[in-house]
Design a protein around this ligand. Structure first.
Ligand SMILES: [Ca+2]
Ligand SMILES: [Ca+2]
Length: 181
């Protein structure tokens, strides 16, 4: 079992090459690093949370890591294998701001309807701030959500929520999220 999980076959490398922006050399480097943090070759939910809390020590990203774990665990077996891990890292480390924001919106669109409602937007704002090393309380995140909400509604007249594609395109929303509280 351990051997199966820790081995990086040519087939897996090919798969990763076709689905990520990494080169073959980078894939092997990431794999070596992955095995240092995770000698069994798969990450449990608690190991995953620990790694992220070390990477982002200043913000509370516990909600984010739970949601991210569920999204990264593509086959839903309760563990993250290297292929699942590197797919997520490709977007986080190599994606453009637009790609990362689209990806984050997808993570926080919890009911998967392609629309960010207010609660989803607030969770997204908290995660964005935490990931850039800041910390934001519920009230401040709500204020920011309201601010974005108002701007978006003027542009696209929506009552129910913000379609993800409009949100990602809205430069005002992007700059609001980018800026620290
Ligand atoms: Ca899995
Ligand atoms: Ca939604």
């Amino acid at each position: 079992m351990g051997h199966k999980n820790t081995k990086l076959s040519q087939k897996k490398v090919k798969l990763i090459l076709s689905t990520t922006k990494f080169t073959e050399e980078e894939i092997y480097n990431w794999h070596r690093g992955f095995l240092v943090d995770c000698p069994t070759g798969v990450l449990s939910r608690s190991e995953f949370s620990t790694i992220y809390s070390i990477m982002f020590p200043r913000g509370d990203i516990s909600t984010f890591t739970q949601v991210l774990f569920d999204r990264t665990d593509a086959n839903n077996d309760g563990h993250i294998c290297f292929v699942e891990f590197i797919s997520t890292m490709s977007v986080m480390a190599r994606g453009s701001f637009h790609e990362r924001l689209t990806w984050l919106c997808g993570i926080f669109d919890q009911n998967g309807d392609g629309i960010l409602d207010k609660k989803e937007l607030i969770d997204l704002i908290k995660a964005m701030v935490a990931l850039t090393g800041g910390n934001v309380c519920q009230d401040a995140a709500e204020d920011k959500a309201n601010e974005i909400w108002k701007t978006m509604k003027k542009d696209i007249d929506l009552e129910e929520g913000i379609p993800m594609q409009d949100f990602v395109k809205a430069t005002k929303a992007r700059s609001l999220i980018k800026s620290q509280p």
